[in-house]
Design a protein around this ligand. Structure first.
Ligand code: MTE
Ligand code: MO
Length: 211
């Protein structure tokens, strides 16, 4: 073996050792392209919308507050939310502006949360308050009847910050402005409530019309 070959071998060995010692880079989660036989819109092709831009919530200190007409108020940590029964569905999101996308949503249903909190008789609406000061509300009958979820995963990756981490409401059949992001507090009430866009003239029902 000449000195050149030995040198190349030395480099190769160093390279291998170097690779083994380098800690594995943070492998980012891989997004699903299909779910339930349905094609999904990739996250980078999905639009995104927020009144004050992205909110960055720390999952170590985050809690979801559940108050109002419940038997027990709750303060659920991110870990506690993930430990509740999992809902996993294909749902289309449509904004009133005319854009929309198809996605896989994974999360916890409001029925699971209300199982823990209980509900007082006469409760009619649920208000969703968000970290950016945004809010919206939906009828309790709709949320329970359609088994609506708060999602913590989108296309099988952790919900990105710009998309509402840790939780976005998946308001199936209702327009995007009902899909509250960065939800920090839900309040059960017997009163009507108009959220951010609703108090600026948008329908409080917000049913997506057939396309
Ligand atoms: N907290 C919060 N949630 C929000 C909004 C917002 O400004 N703040 N915008 C709403 C509107 S108008 C739409 S269309 C959807 C967009 O959701 P996306 O960014 O996940 O596509 O978020 C909804 N949820
Ligand atoms: Mo929207």
């Amino acid at each position: 073996m000449n000195i050149f070959k030995i040198f190349v071998l030395f480099l190769l060995v160093c390279g291998c050792v170097e690779q083994q010692q380098t800690p594995a880079a943070n492998v980012s989660e891989k997004e699903d392209a299909f779910f339930d036989g349905m094609e999904l819109t990739s996250i980078k092709e999905q639009h995104n919308n927020a009144i004050k831009g992205t909110q960055f919530i720390n999952k170590e200190t985050y809690t979801l507050q559940v108050t109002g007409m419940v038997n027990r108020s709750l303060n659920l940590t991110y870990e506690e939310l993930l430990a509740l029964p999992v809902a996993d569905r294909f749902v289309r999101m449509d904004c009133v502006e005319g854009w929309g996308f198809d996605a896989r949503w994974t999360g916890v249903t409001l029925n699971s949360i209300f199982n823990d909190s209980g509900l007082k008789p006469g409760a009619k609406n649920v208000i969703f308050y968000c970290d950016d000061g945004y809010s919206t509300s939906l009828e309790l009958d709709y949320l329970r009847g359609k088994d609506i979820m708060l999602a913590y995963r989108l296309n099988n990756v952790t919900l990105p910050s710009e998309r509402g981490f840790p939780l976005q409401l998946v308001a199936e059949g209702r327009y995007g402005y009902k899909w509250a992001k960065w939800v920090t507090h839900i309040e059960v009430t017997d009163q009507p409530y108009e959220g951010f866009w609703e108090s600026r003239g948008y329908s409080n029902i917000a049913i997506v019309r057939e396309r």
